[in-house]
Design a protein around this ligand. Structure first.
Ligand SMILES: [Zn+2]
Length: 277
């Protein structure tokens, strides 16, 4: 059974709901960061999945979708969490995709093949769009869930053609919402920055799977990133930008409440401070 947990934060006029599933995994940091500093001895990387719902005055936005109902033990249905908040899936008008790993897109389509958010348009990076059309890349990259991915892409690709925005560069995608490509984790990995009334929330997707990678942005994540050096450079950009802006940060795999700010303390060194809301 999946135990869903949520955490609410306010970003100016944006009402944001972090939704997590309750099945986190934990592994030693050494499995991710080959040259971890001594100060991090004993650190475990705990990861869970989920999505972010942003209820804005003129839009209802969901960032990624979780695994959805398709993956057995790792299944994750957002519907109960949204229902508890009084958010009808039909009222979601925009889906912002950080990247195409199944734990981020599986929930776009229900078990019966219908769209989970039938009225939504999709925003994604062109590299992801190209990846979805590259059979050999899918074969090489996600062989274990290739059939699941095809089942999902069957309905999804025409829907993106009908009502999608394909990103090439950083751009505003809604009032107060900016897409910022941060490549390296997977094809077309993109951040989303929410800004309202002087407050900022940066959703970093999987650019860092744990805040420690933002505290040490010069380190590689050798376990998760398809292009580790590119992803490291993206984390350097994210940490510098978030610290300079005083932005709150949320990551898909951070454990609840999973919101924090960064302060720069030295070159390639930042301190993560969790914030309650
Ligand atoms: Zn992920």
């Amino acid at each position: 059974m999946t135990n869903i947990a949520t955490h609410r934060i306010r970003v100016g006029r944006f009402d944001c709901l972090v939704v997590k599933d309750g099945n986190p995994s934990a592994d030693p940091l050494s499995a991710f960061m080959a040259d971890a500093p001594d100060a991090l001895e004993g650190t475990e990387i705990e990861m869970c999945g989920g999505l972010l719902v942003v209820d804005a005055p003129d839009a209802c936005v969901v960032v990624d979708s979780g695994n959805g109902p398709h993956r057995g033990e790792r299944r994750f249905a957002a519907e109960p969490a949204l229902a508890a908040e009084g958010i009808a899936p039909e009222s979601v008008d925009t889906i912002l995709l950080t990247h195409g790993d199944f734990d981020h897109i599986g929930g776009l389509v229900r078990e019966d093949g219908a769209f989970a958010y039938p009225n939504a348009r999709y925003v994604l990076h062109r590299q992801l769009w190209d990846f979805w059309h590259d059979e050999s890349a899918i074969d090489e990259y996600l062989p274990a869930i290739k059939s699941l991915l095809h089942k999902l892409l069957g309905p999804l690709l025409p829907a993106v053609v009908a009502r999608g925005t394909i990103l090439d560069d950083e751009q505003d995608v809604l009032s107060g919402v900016r897409a910022i490509p941060a490549l390296g984790h997977r094809a077309g990995h993109t951040l989303y920055r929410f800004e309202s009334e002087g407050e900022t929330l940066l959703h970093i997707g999987d650019a860092a799977v744990h805040p420690v990678f933002l505290e040490y942005p010069g380190k590689l994540n050798v376990r998760h990133d398809s292009e580790p050096e590119t992803a490291r450079d993206a984390r350097r950009m994210i940490s510098a930008r978030a610290a300079a802006e005083g932005a709150r940060i949320v990551g898909t795999h951070f454990r609840l409440p999973g919101i924090g700010r960064l302060t720069k303390i030295a070159e390639d060194r930042y301190r993560w401070a969790p914030v309650a809301g």
